[in-house]
Design a protein around this ligand. Structure first.
Ligand code: SF4
Ligand code: SF4
Length: 371
């Protein structure tokens, strides 16, 4: 495990993808409070990427973390994202910009970002592995890692070809454990086979395991008062080989809730595990779109369709039976494209780490909201 080599205090990290926002800017006052609270409570792992909130996550971390705390008091993970370079020569300037934006001279963890079949050949042809090995030799990164969104077979192939990868970040939560589109269990097992510590992303599936439907909520509410997030995070904690669990907390109340049980985390009891199984079965029957609102699909859409927001309206309509969902749909598509504007080019599906059949869902949504 990596933990003995690092200054990691707890196996729970602050995922800085969905930060508190004021309009289109990060709410630095709220974020500062969250960073301070996190550090004060003995947690110190921060995860970001240059693509998060269009570069604003890196800048916010400079303002609220790296300017204020000694370098050896926190652990900083950043990523090399394939949309941000087109050739080998771009890598060094990109990395230097990341150091500058974060105010750092090195990253503790540097991950190839969202590796899958669609971008792996680019990472190889642009010599990203060689570049990261060089950074490690120069002390500019401490650990060469990867975040991964594809099949376990492909993960096995990459880890066999690249033993230099020290840890793997995978999507892992109770709903995706045996989800055939995500296959978290099998990806987990491949990491174990290769003896790689695991960093978990999306333990609450972009918030969808927190905002449950009334039917699923009823199951957890019949337990002893734990939050929905607590069941999701404690579920993940009960697996060995998990070095770090990242939670993308967006406000202070989420952070206070998360830290309250992650500080001294208890495994789920058999009663709670049974409730989780019931919630999984309930959600599977509800047929909501498993979108985590990561927005990776949005930039490449030639029609400018706000896919995650449209999916969110649809989920509100079918899962929560929200009577305002159609009005919300009309509002968000008033000045931008509708589901019916989709030209079925498929670019969004190539970018979607959840492997959602976006075009099919958009057609359903046309019938649901527009016809
Ligand atoms: S398939 Fe439709 S939604 Fe997806 S990128 Fe193309 S136009 Fe946009
Ligand atoms: S559809 Fe896929 S890529 Fe787009 S926001 Fe949802 S999960 Fe992310």
């Amino acid at each position: 495990m990596l933990r003995p080599y690092l200054n990691v205090k707890q196996n729970f990290g602050f995922g800085c993808m969905r930060l508190p926002m004021k309009g289109s800017e990060v709410d630095l006052e709220e974020f500062q409070k969250m960073v301070d609270y996190f550090m004060k409570n003995g947690f110190n792992y921060f995860d970001t990427a240059r693509v998060y909130t269009e570069g604003k996550s890196e800048l916010a971390l400079r303002e609220c973390l790296t300017k204020k705390y000694p370098r050896d008091s926190y652990v900083f993970a950043n990523k090399l994202s394939s949309p941000l370079f087109s050739k080998e020569e771009d890598l060094e300037p990109l990395f230097n910009k990341q150091l500058e934006s974060t105010g750092l001279t090195y990253f503790d963890f540097y991950l190839l970002h969202a590796v899958g079949k669609r971008n792996y050949s680019k990472y190889v042809s642009c010599k990203c592995f060689e570049f990261m090995k060089k950074l490690k030799e120069e002390g500019k990164i401490k650990h060469l890692c990867m975040s991964f969104h594809d099949t376990p077979e492909f993960l096995d192939e990459i880890l066999t070809n690249h033993p230099e990868i020290e840890a793997v970040q995978i999507q892992f939560n109770y709903l995706d454990y045996d989800n055939p589109n995500v296959r978290s269990k099998e990806c987990y097992e491949v990491c174990v086979k290769h003896n790689k510590p695991i960093i978990v992303m999306e333990p609450v599936k972009g918030g969808s395991l927190v905002n449950l439907s009334p039917k699923a909520q009823k199951i957890f509410s019949s337990l002893n008062g734990g939050s929905n997030a607590s069941y999701a995070l404690r579920y993940v904690s009960s697996f060995d080989n998990i070095f770090m669990i990242l939670s993308g907390m967006s406000d202070m109340s989420q952070m206070q809730d998360n830290l309250s049980f992650m500080k001294d985390v208890r495994p789920l009891s058999s009663l709670e595990m049974h409730a989780v199984e019931n919630v999984v079965n309930t959600i599977k029957h509800e047929k909501s779109i498993p979108c985590t609102k990561c927005r990776y699909c949005v930039d490449g859409c030639p029609m400018g369709i706000n896919i995650p927001e449209i999916f969110s309206c649809y989920n509100s309509s079918i899962v929560y039976e929200s009577w305002t969902a159609k009005a919300e749909y009309n509002k968000i598509t008033e000045d931008s494209s509708k589901a019916s504007d989709c030209i079925k080019c498929g670019q969004c599906e190539e970018a979607c780490p959840q492997h959602i059949k976006i075009r099919e869902y958009l057609s359903i949504i046309v019938s649901h909201f527009e016809n």
